[in-house]
Design a protein around this ligand. Sequence first.
Ligand SMILES: [Zn+2]
Ligand SMILES: [Zn+2]
Length: 354
Amino acid sequence: MATAPSRDTDETSVVVTAPSSEEESSLERTTALPLTEMPTAAQEDIEFEPAPVSHKIIMAFAVVLPFIGCIAAIVHLWQYGLVNWLYIGMLVGGWVLTGMGITIGFHRMLTHRSFETIGLIRGFWMAMGTLAVEGSPLVWCAVHRKHHQCSDHEGDPHSPHLHGKGWWRGVKGFVHAHTGWLFTGFWCKIDLKRYVPDLVDDDLLRLVDRYYYLCVAMSLAIPAVLGGLITMTWYGALLGFIWGGLARIFVTHHVTWSINSICHIFGGREFKSGDDSRNNLIFGIFAHGEGWHNNHHAFPTSARHGLRWWQFDSSWIVIRTMQLVGLAWDVRLPSKEAMLKKRHNAQSTAITEE
Ligand SMILES: [Zn+2]
Ligand SMILES: [Zn+2]
C-alpha cells in the first residue's frame, strides 16, 4: 500500500497518517499544528464553504429520520415497557458493532493506520463502519484527516471554537461542531486525492464509496428482516426497523458527533496537542474509547487512546485481543519518552504504560 504524504507543502500542518517503520519510535511528527498551547478563538464567524441544496436535503434526512425513529422507540417503550429484549439487543448490539466499525475500522485502522490486519478482518470492520451511516469510508477518513490537520483552527471541518467569543457564539460553535458542519461544503467537497491518497486506489473502498447508499439501505433493512424473520410478523419487522435501524443510527451518530463537540470543550487536557481536545470519561466509555480525545490528538497514530490503566478503551481491548491471537500486527503505541515530553507538567508522576 502506498504511503500517505507526511506533509502538505502549501500548509503549515501535517496530514495525520501512520509513520513509516523508521519513524515508529516517535509520534511527534504526526501532531496537527505547531504546538501552540491553545488555539485562539475567532472574533467572528469563520466563513464555511457552502454545500449544494441537494446535499443539505440528504443531510436533513440523515439527521431527522433517526431522531424520529428514536422518538418512536421511546413511545413504544413508554406504552409497552420492555416487551421484547430482541429489539433492545438489536439497538445495543448494533450500536456496539457499528460504533466499533467507526472507532476500530474507519478511525484507527483506515484513517491513522495504527495497526495492520488480515483482509477479512479489515473488510469486516470496514463493513461495520459503513453500516453506521456516517458516510463512505473514503469521505469519513478524508474529513477526519483534515480535522487533525487543522484541529480547532481555520479549516477544521467541525471545531466548536471558530465562532468567536461569548455564550451565544459558544452555542453556535457547539451546534456547528455537533451537526451543523454536516451541512457545509466540508462534507461534500472534500478532496479525496489530497487527504486519502493511500486509500483512493483500494478497489473495495472505491466500491463501497460508489454504492454507499445501498449500504445505507442495508443498514436499515438488515434489522427489519431480522425482526420479521425471528417473530414471523410484519410488526416485528417494523420494530426491528425502528429499534435496530433508526434508533441505533441515532445513538451511534450522536455519540460520534459528541467527540467533535463535547470532547473539544469539556474534560481534562493531559498533553500538549496544539488544539483544545479533551479527555472525557463519559465518552471514553460510551464512544468505545474515543473520548480520550486529548490523548488521541497528542498521539494520533496510537492504537490505544485510553493511555492510562483506568482510562477504559473498549476499542483498544479488541485491537489488543486481535494482536494477542495474531490477527493484528504493527500495532502502534507512543513511547514513554514521547508521552513525557508532551505532558503539560513533565515533572509530575511518570506515566504508567501497560
Ligand atoms: Zn478532535
Ligand atoms: Zn483521529
